[in-house]
Design a binder for this molecule. Structure first.
Ligand SMILES: Nc1ncnc2c1ncn2[C@@H]1O[C@H](COP(=O)(O)OP(=O)(O)O)[C@@H](O)[C@H]1O
Ligand SMILES: [Mg+2]
Length: 392
């Protein structure tokens, strides 16, 4: 195989059963009908992990990171698609996966290592090293069920690295455990990377991925939405996270904004715009009763909350008269001067005196500015450079 891991069109569906069975009689009667919903935790994932690559996977809670790792390690199987791996794998998955609570730490080390294909003798040779790395000398003969989450993780990590796998898969080790141990794990991961192993690494602490990964992918609702160099993917993640906290709606809805579309030069709806291109913000509304002299406005904010531009029908000297029923307001931006970045769109309908908000969708829409211009900054300012003994 050319790659360490190849993921081909992988989707994973979980059945979420409705918990609406009340009595035994119903249970019997509705046995066959017990309803469930399909929940797709992964959708059409295609991914090649290069040999020797350190790949980070980031994404909000529930975006499918652990599910993807579990599919790679064959703890669970995809509903469709397939995964091929080349090389021995050791995985440190979510807390608890792989440990038997009713066995001691010592017994679990042997059990785990045997699952990974090591003989008792081989483990004997590594045992002290494992326990020392986990810093569990005093607790190794206690039942694992009495371990703290930090102890769990330390032991899991120590076992996973001791078997010297070709592919190391690590899920959220840095979420628990003290800083010193986290540092130790990161150093170990570094060491692994330097010796040319493949590492697939999930963490909450996305800034760590910037430090140790060659490449990062971001998942959103089970899909890969970004795949690239760590700095850019992590920036995108931060932007999305901040955006989601901010979006809100308010107003009495006497005028309801029913649809907002962002249209490009060709009149197509899109979320990607290019420096210098045009954008139409088409706002569809429905006035539930006749409303006299409303004002419609919109603004574009960058992800830090700076307003790049905003205007409204009143500022443009437009009188809407009395509106009733369905209508459309279009803001036609002739040329977008922004360089790369994510922008948020807010749209509002309010009274001319701004005392009544009919409907205000604050930062509910977003688009991405793209650019092949190499200049840096927020805006593109056409600039010519002249040089000579005396400029001008
Ligand atoms: N065994 C399961 N049964 C039903 N739903 C599950 C199961 N495992 C995970 N999920 C759901 O799949 C989604 C993705 O979960 P997960 O991969 O753990 O996300 P992440 O690790 O990115 O936080 C979540 O909504 C989660 O509730
Ligand atoms: Mg997870």
């Amino acid at each position: 195989m050319e790659h360490a891991v190849e993921v081909r069109e992988v989707s994973k569906m979980f059945k979420l059963y409705h918990e609406n069975v009340r009595s035994l009689k119903e249970k019997v009667l509705f046995f066959r009908k017990r309803g469930y919903e399909e929940f797709w935790a992964l959708r059409d994932i295609d991914l090649d992990v290069e040999k020797g690559e350190t790949l980070g996977i980031i994404g909000a809670n529930g975006s499918g990171k652990s599910t993807l790792l579990k599919c790679m390690t064959r703890i669970i199987y995809p509903t469709s698609g397939k995964i091929m791996t080349d090389g021995s794998i050791a995985a440190l998955l979510e807390l608890g996966a792989g440990f038997q609570p009713d066995l001691t730490g010592r017994e679990n080390v042997y059990l785990n290592a045997s699952i990974l294909g090591f003989s008792r003798k081989e483990v004997d040779g590594k045992f002290d090293e494992i326990v020392a790395f986990a810093e569990l000398e005093r607790f190794i003969d206690n039942y694992v069920r009495n371990y703290s989450s930090g102890m769990y993780i330390r032991l899991g990590f120590a076992v996973a690295i001791s078997v010297d796998p070709e592919i190391l898969i690590v899920d959220e080790v840095l979420a628990v455990g003290d800083e010193a141990f986290q540092r130790k794990c990161l150093d170990k991961i570094d060491e692994f990377r330097d010796s040319g192993k493949t590492i697939i690494f999930v963490t909450h602490n996305v800034d760590v991925t910037r430090e140790i990964c060659d490449r990062v992918i971001m998942l959103e609702e089970g899909r890969i939405v970004r795949d690239g160099i760590p700095k850019e993917v992590v920036n995108h993640y931060h932007q999305v996270m901040e955006t989601e906290e901010e979006a809100s709606e308010q107003g009495n809805r006497k005028i309801e904004i029913t649809e907002v579309r962002l249209l490009n030069d060709r009149g197509e709806e899109t979320n990607d715009f290019y420096t210098g291109s045009s954008m139409k913000v088409r706002v569809c509304y429905e006035a539930r009763e006749p409303i006299v002299d409303p004002v419609f406005g919109f603004s574009l904010d960058d992800y830090r909350g700076f307003t790049a531009f905003g205007t409204n029908t009143a500022l443009k000297g437009l009188e809407m008269g009395t509106v009733a029923g369905d209508g459309v307001v279009e803001f036609d931006l002739k040329s977008l001067p922004m360089l790369e970045g994510r922008y948020l769109v807010s749209v509002a309908a309010h009274s001319r005196d701004e005392q009544t908000v009919y409907h205000w969708q604050d930062k509910l829409y977003q688009f991405e500015m793209k650019s092949d211009i190499d200049d840096v900054g927020l805006l593109y300012i056409p600039c010519e450079v002249k040089t000579g003994p005396q400029a001008g």
